[in-house]
Design a protein around this ligand. Structure first.
Ligand SMILES: Nc1ncnc2c1ncn2[C@@H]1O[C@H](COP(=O)(O)OP(=O)(O)O)[C@@H](O)[C@H]1O
Ligand SMILES: [Mg+2]
Length: 273
């Protein structure tokens, strides 16, 4: 079943050229699909348009042309109700694990914030009395922290007290809070040391198995994308140049650009696989 369907999508931004303004197409005619339960790897050099595709799937920016459907709903024209449902279903994890975390909030507040925001839908689950509600949030938070390899000692601590890898674990716990079925992972380990990144990648892999999650995994690193992905889509300057089964595409790349990406990046360190 197709969970995400990107159909001939374009995105242009105005660019000033002296006295004139010109439309600069940063995403051009991109079509791709993501099946429920799979990982689609989206790989390409910096500036190739990967994040723009991610932001359009998340409904944060609208395509200039083309359509994007998530679970059958056109993201650009969805009603408020439909968008609310999609927001629960689809969660992003971004590159910079610190920027995404509010430094004034503690881990309990950060991880359970999505539950509080969507409380009108999940209110029953949180209980009615304020004490009952606090207990329910705490229990849920500890459960989420354990899933990402942290424990309750983190609850009252703040983002600056954690390492980069731990911060990304907190982001992932928060992304899982509403029990989504789709994670949009935009360079989730690019800001981390290689060995720390490998641990996060393994965590993502285990979480996917446990929760039957669907991933869009974005990275400029072909070995990382290959390690996690069922299929890979290769982006070059706004266009998809090659899409295929991960192993086939890496063993028999058809495009020179794909071969360049394979050659450009070192293998994962021993222990990652
Ligand atoms: N809001 C924006 N306004 C103008 N240009 C943008 C905007 N967002 C992205 N771009 C441009 O689009 C291109 C693709 O960017 P991006 O999607 O971030 O690529 P990637 O994630 O592959 O590095 C870049 O040249 C970038 O400068
Ligand atoms: Mg990007």
């Amino acid at each position: 079943m197709e969970l995400v369907e990107v159909n001939s999508v374009w995105k242009s931004y105005p660019r000033r050229l002296g006295m004139r303004t010109e439309e600069n197409a940063v995403v051009q005619d991109v079509s791709l699909s993501i099946d429920a339960g799979e990982t689609l790897g989206l790989v390409g050099e910096s500036g190739s348009g990967k994040t723009t595709v991610a932001r359009m799937i998340l409904g944060l920016v609208n395509p200039t042309r083309g359509t994007i459907r998530v679970d059958g709903v056109d993201v650009a024209t969805a009603s408020t109700e439909e968008l609310k449902r999609l927001r629960r279903q689809m969660q992003p994890v971004f590159q910079d694990p610190y920027a995404a975390l509010n430094p004034r909030m503690n881990v309990l507040e950060i991880v359970t914030e999505p539950l509080v925001i969507h409380e009108d839908d999940s209110g029953a689950a949180l209980g009615n009395g304020s004490q009952q509600r606090r207990t329910a949030l705490r229990v849920k938070c500890v459960e989420l922290l354990r899933e990402v390899g942290l424990d309750e000692s983190a609850l009252t601590r703040h983002p600056h007290e954690f390492s980069g890898g731990q911060r990304q674990r907190i982001n992932i716990a928060r992304a899982l809070a509403l029990r989504p079925n789709l994670l949009i992972l935009d360079e989730p380990v690019s800001a981390l040391d290689v060995s720390v990144g490998a641990q996060i990648v393994n965590l993502l892999r285990n979480l996917q198995r446990e929760h039957a999650l669907t991933y869009l995994f974005i990275s400029h690193s072909m070995p990382l994308v290959r390690y996690l992905s069922t299929r890979i889509a290769v982006m070059e300057r706004g266009r998809l140049v090659e899409t295929g089964e991960a192993e086939t595409l890496c063993a028999h790349p058809r495009q020179a650009y794909t071969r360049k990406l394979i050659a450009a990046t070192p293998e994962l360190p021993a222990g990652a696989a």
